[in-house]
Design a protein around this ligand. Structure first.
Ligand code: SAM
Length: 269
């Protein structure tokens, strides 16, 4: 199958400078972090740059464990055969492929990301590791903060390592809430911003001494330094639960995974 990505109304000609930088005192979500990655366009460029090595690094750095965490994330979403589901911030498609197998040929998977390079890799993997059910996946270039779907459309949503990277997480949760059917769930897997100083110490050590040096082999150490600051600027499990309830979800629970290094928020509309 040829590479086909549905282009949604999302500007790929964003201005070179982030408008947030022109404000005197930008909101916390827009302030510069240690690596200077601040606005949507810069983030999109970062994910375009790392697309080719992203899967290899995930396997290497988690010793393949990310595959298990992703299976857990999909199972927590409550997805069933025949469902219409969304994988938001799909990247190279790991969660979308798992969802595709769960919903089967009568279901539909929309997999959305704003990075063309990530979507290209996803579509290439779809061809390389062909399974009949993968025909139910549609790759969509679009913005997680402005989802191109009607209200109450999806039976389940997954987000893997995406929410932390969004400049406005409240808006993202509002969008997820809007496009979910009442009673349905979103399952959000990400690094855990732990409240335990020991876990934070171990996580920080691993990022500085394993992740960044490994990324350096591919010439991407600067890109992966962003990871540590993005976790520091992320929300704790309790804060994620609180935010989801404020947005309107009737139930929100955060589960720690991998000894607290990862976390998964499950929220029911
Ligand atoms: C760390 S990757 C995760 C990819 C995949 N979900 C996984 O678990 O392997 C985060 C993804 O979020 C996407 N992303 C970040 N901000 C986005 C936005 N505003 N709209 C759509 N996608 C976005 C990036 O392009 C990137 O592919």
């Amino acid at each position: 199958m040829a590479f086909s990505v549905q282009l949604m109304p999302f500007s790929s000609t964003a201005p070179p400078r982030c408008p947030a930088l022109r404000r005197r005192r930008p909101p916390p979500s827009h302030r510069r972090n240690q690596t200077g990655i601040v606005c949507t366009a810069e983030r999109r460029e970062l994910f375009n740059r790392i697309a080719l090595v992203y899967d290899n690094l995930n396997d290497l750095l988690s010793l393949g464990q990310h595959r298990i965490w992703k299976k857990m994330c999909v199972s927590w979403s409550g997805v069933k055969k025949g469902d219409i589901v969304l994988d938001m911030c799909c990247g190279s498609g790991d969660l979308a492929f798992l969802l595709s197998q769960k919903v089967g040929p009568n279901g539909k998977v929309s997999a959305l990301d704003f990075s063309r390079n990530q979507l290209f890799i996803a579509s290439t993997r779809q061809d390389l590791f062909w399974k009949a059910c993968y025909e139910n996946i549609k790759w969509i270039e679009g913005d997680a903060l402005n989802l191109p779907f009607e209200d109450g459309y999806f039976n389940a949503i997954t987000v893997g390592y995406g929410l932390r990277n969004l400049i406005d997480r409240r808006k993202a949760l509002h969008e997820i809430f809007r496009v979910l059917k009442p009673g349905s769930k979103v399952s959000i897997l990400d690094f855990n911003k732990s409240t335990s100083s020991l876990t934070t110490l171990c996580q920080g050590w691993a990022l500085d001494n394993v992740v960044v040096p490994a990324a350096n082999v591919y010439g991407l150490s600067e890109e992966y330094k962003y990871l540590k600051s993005s976790i520091a600027e992320f929300l704790t499990g309790g804060e994620l639960e609180k935010l989801a309830r404020e947005v309107g979800f009737s139930d929100a629970r955060h589960y720690e995974v991998a000894a607290g290094l990862m976390g998964n928020l499950v929220a029911t509309r």
